[in-house]
Design a protein around this ligand. Structure first.
Ligand code: GLU
Length: 447
């Protein structure tokens, strides 16, 4: 593989798609050595094919707001790669959504889904619709308008979207209602993250956060260390941070920070059950303000405007919000404050220079595509239940999720073990995820 040439060609073809190019660069750098040992990959031009999505749908979404005004947004679905199964990946509703963001997320999703060892291809979608400040009715009307366009291109054996930033159980409900009416069939596997009782899986809401902490627990054990008493800083306060806070607390760690676009809440004595429950209300309010936690619990949480979670002293740092949310300066501040582990839970949550600084300081660092794979894995388990018309108990789902995370961790170690005995989790995740996809593409011919 000629990495420089591939990147130069991609930059010329897709100028300005910075997140997408960043994600491709990171993966190709990690797999280069292994790839070059497989001339059959080069012959079939696996990398050149893998970096371009199979197709991208772009569509207009027009809806009416509460004032009766007509609003238009853009909707997208990137169907990236289906070597391992039907396209699978979330929908993101955020004002900054564009093709570059969804291509980066779709590209990452290919390898993440591969790591789960389930039959899931990679896709992603969303809209530049901004849910902040929108009423429940506006959210519903937007979701319905979005589905008018998308419904023909999804289905359990074609493409199965789920939630992501700005899309949770409520949005999936409205999206599924519209899908069912348009498609005139109850194909529950066409969307995952549904509520329990009409096709949803128990533990799916918690899964990304639970899975992440299962992975972190293994990283900690690897160093002959324990989760007990560890201080954890989480960024964000959405679904992912919520699940991580529950599991971390259950394992005896202390969540000492959560954050939002407005600043950080420091929680000296560790987050409590009431505070964790309140995170759900904060998300449902669509205010997007972490300060609300300190207003509700003034004795337990201290809000500082404009600061990130990484300003709080911690042992474990877990970005749970958005891509590139940790920069080099943040990483250096964490290192100075004695951080012992960094695990991305958001997709590409750390900038390349932040990762380099953490790795240089010999602090174990794990990438989002491995750490957060529990979410999509449990979506895969939801599809299994839908196909079999059955519901598993919470315990049954959790046991399967835990096993999948343990297997992902083991694969990352297998492929990421370095000569000096340290583990490069980034390399491990990328190589392990890539190999499965590449072998499937090879077997399925030049298509
Ligand atoms: N959006 C989540 C992710 O980044 C979940 C996707 C899914 O469940 O399909 O993996």
């Amino acid at each position: 593989m000629n990495l420089k040439k591939i990147m130069a060609d991609l930059e010329a073809k897709h100028p300005g798609e910075s997140e997408y190019l960043q994600a491709v660069q990171e993966v190709l750098e990690s797999i280069e050595d292994v790839y070059n040992k497989h001339p059959e990959f080069e012959k079939a031009k696996i990398v050149e094919r893998l970096v371009e999505p199979d197709r991208i749908f772009t569509f207009r979404v027009t809806w009416v707001n509460d004032k009766g005004e007509v609003c238009t947004n853009l909707g997208y679905r990137v169907q990236f790669n289906a070597a391992l199964g039907a396209y699978k990946g979330g929908l993101r509703f955020h004002k900054a959504v564009n093709v570059s963001m969804l291509k980066f997320l779709g590209f990452e999703q290919i390898f993440k889904n591969s790591l789960t060892n389930l039959p899931l291809g990679g896709g992603k979608g969303g809209s530049d619709f901004d849910p902040v400040g929108k009423s429940d009715e506006e959210i519903m009307r937007f979701c319905q308008a979005f589905m008018y366009e998308l419904w023909r291109n999804i289905g359990p054996d074609q493409d199965s979207p789920a939630g992501d930033v700005g899309v949770g159980g409520r949005e999936i409900g409205y999206l599924y209602g519209a899908y069912k009416k348009l498609a005139r069939e109850h194909s529950t596997g066409a969307l995952t993250g549904k509520s329990y009782g009409w096709g949803g899986s128990l533990i799916r809401p918690e899964a990304t956060g639970f899975g992440a902490i299962y992975y972190v627990e293994r990283m900690v054990k690897e160093q002959k260390d324990t989760m007990k008493g560890k201080k954890i800083a989480l960024s964000g306060f959405g679904n992912v941070a919520w699940g991580a806070a529950i599991k971390a607390t259950e394992l005896g760690a202390k969540v000492v920070a959560i954050s939002g676009p407005d600043g950080v809440c420091e929680i000296k004595n560790g987050i409590t059950k009431d505070m964790i429950d309140y995170m759900l209300e904060m998300r449902a309010s669509n205010r997007n303000k972490v300060e609300d936690m300190a207003t509700k619990f003034p004795k337990l949480a201290k809000f500082t405007a404009g600061k990130k979670a990484w300003s709080v002293k911690c042992d474990i740092a877990c970005p749970c919000a958005f891509q590139n949310e940790m920069d080099e300066k943040d990483a250096k501040e964490l290192i100075k404050n004695g951080v012992k582990y960094v695990a991305e839970v958001s997709n590409m949550g750390c900038q390349p220079k932040a990762i380099a600084a953490i790795q240089k300081a010999k602090i174990p660092f794990a990438p989002g595509k491995a750490v957060n794979a529990g979410g999509v894995a449990t979506s895969g388990l939801e599809i299994c239940q839908n196909a079999g018309h059955i519901n598993w108990t919470a315990e049954e789902v959790d046991v399967k999720l835990h096993k999948i995370m343990n297997d992902i961790y083991d694969m990352c170690v297998e492929y990421g073990k370095q000569k000096d005995g340290s583990i490069n989790y980034v390399k491990g995740a990328n190589i392990a995820g890539f190999m499965r996809v590449a072998k499937a593409m090879l077997a399925q011919g030049i298509i």
